[in-house]
Design a binder for this molecule. Structure first.
Ligand code: UTP
Length: 450
């Protein structure tokens, strides 16, 4: 091939992006083919629309939102729904994991303190446990990105899907979108490819629709999805109490979300708020400092309902709003090829804008939405960074602490210093643990896996 198909040529010219072809003539035929294929996958209309989008300052009317406490009042409703085969698990695992700096997909990261189980394995085993407990198939929907799809599939297959049936796992890939520089121009990642980024965790809704995932759920009779991100090893993926609350109203909720107390005004978590009558997650950066610092009489933060990105979504609801999520702009460092010299540039400062969708933007579109407060120490131990806060080290400590609490609750005498890990295959609460496998005591130098 020596020239680009005329339609693509026209599209590039209409968008004033001909600079992308600067190195076309020095590419091999295969490289040209690859490039043409990538260009033909770009939604130029969307690109033009988004290019005009400016970062919008937050001028919203924000108030604290109502929160209900997680309890077992509606557990039987939750159990019945699971047993009826109405529940699927949805995991977003397409992120680039830049902060963690792990070479493979984040889901393959060894996350548990003793056996080093991967983040994917922790979720898979919870599904295996719940499927047995409730005698039902619980399908798992996993969103990957172009970058990590192949590695994710191989990892799951190489590990026999951790006990799940391959046919009960639905893997689909999120869309990508070109990053732009300050002038609104696309950048070259290499001489024959445009710098693209995944369209954010909010891309999950349209990707589920486009991939046939929503259709597949309808055929299976799945009515509700338990949404979790891949990087929180303490997330309780199948929680009958939470599902029960989600279903507690006559018409049930279209969306329900778990929150935990935000620790400090500065903590970088989004907060559930009431924005003009709707529940929304306000990002930490958009919450005005005077609000972030406000406290109740007891000292708790007024805007303290921190999001842990755990939600339940009605499948019908996702069908209805699949194409409606807004786009956000993020100013980021994007490595690229210099438009004139062809040299690789690794910018020291943010040089480009990435377009992303956020999953919590579905919440204000829900006709009914519930925020449920749970215990932070039981359900939140994210692994985001290589070191420091929210790293493997802090997550290990929290996982270990929860395991010890569960064992204490079951009367096991654990000496300080003992290392303990509880497999999701053994249960997802202290009550689940089978008494016959529990030791009476664990000495300080013991390492125990239950
Ligand atoms: P984060 O926002 O923490 O991003 O994603 P990340 O990619 O894991 O890490 P950084 O920011 O590059 O360091 C939260 C969850 O959303 C998923 C991630 O895989 C993770 O489970 N995600 C994020 C996607 O699936 N797609 C995206 O485009 C972005």
């Amino acid at each position: 091939m020596t020239s680009l198909p005329s339609k693509l040529q026209e599209q590039l010219s209409d968008c004033r992006q001909e600079h992308l072809l600067k190195f076309w003539d020095v590419l091999s035929a295969d490289e040209q083919k690859f490039f043409a294929l990538q260009l033909s996958s770009i939604d130029f209309e969307l690109f033009l629309r988004l290019r005009e989008q400016k970062a919008s300052a937050s001028d919203k009317l924000i108030a604290p939102c109502d929160v209900v406490q997680l309890d077992d009042a509606f557990q039987s409703k939750g159990v019945a729904s699971i047993q009826n085969g109405e529940l699927g698990v949805l995991t977003v695992a397409g992120g680039q994991g830049t902060r963690l700096g792990w070479s493979g997909p984040k889901g393959t990261f060894p996350a548990t303190p003793v056996t080093g189980k991967s983040l994917f394995q922790i979720i898979a085993e919870q599904i295996v446990f719940a499927s047995k407990k409730y005698s039902v198939v619980i399908p798992w929907y996993i969103m990957t990105s172009n970058e990590n799809d192949e590695a994710t599939r191989s990892f799951l297959l190489d590990n026999n899907c951790f006990g799940l049936k391959r046919t009960d796992i639905f893997i689909f890939t999120q869309n990508e979108i070109p990053a732009v520089d300050a002038e609104g121009n696309m950048l070259l990642a290499t001489k024959n490819s445009v710098a693209m980024n995944p369209d954010g965790h909010g891309g999950v809704v349209s990707a589920l629709k486009q991939s046939g995932g929503l259709e597949e759920m309808s055929i299976r009779g799945i009515k509700h999805l338990s949404y979790v991100q891949v990087d929180n090893p303490l997330a309780n993926v199948i929680d009958p109490d939470f599902i029960g609350l989600h279903l507690s109203d006559k018409s049930s909720q279209e969306a329900s979300s778990k929150c935990v107390p935000k620790i400090t005004p500065e903590e970088r978590v989004g907060v559930f708020c009431n924005v003009a009558g709707n529940i929304e997650v306000v990002e930490y950066i958009d919450l005005p400092a005077d609000k972030a610092n406000q406290v109740h009489a007891d000292g708790e933060l007024l805007y303290g309902a921190g999001s842990i990105a755990v939600h339940l979504f009605a499948v019908d609801f996702l069908h209805r709003i699949a194409d409606d999520l807004p786009w956000h702009l993020a100013h980021k460092k994007v490595q690229h090829v210099h438009a004139e010299t062809g040299d690789l540039v690794s910018p020291p400062e943010p040089n480009a804008y990435k377009f992303e969708k956020f999953v919590f933007d579905v919440l204000p579109m829900a006709k009914s939405s519930l925020v449920v407060a749970t215990k932070r120490e039981d359900e939140f131990a994210p692994i985001k960074n290589a070191t420091g806060q929210d790293s493997r080290t802090t997550s290990h400590q929290l996982q270990q602490a929860r395991a010890l609490r569960w064992l204490c609750e079951r009367g096991v005498d654990v000496e300080e210093g003992a290392k303990v890990e509880i497999s999701p295959l053994s249960g997802m609460s202290a009550k689940d643990l089978d008494a016959s496998v529990l030791p009476t005591s664990i000495a300080s130098d013991e390492v125990v896996v239950i």
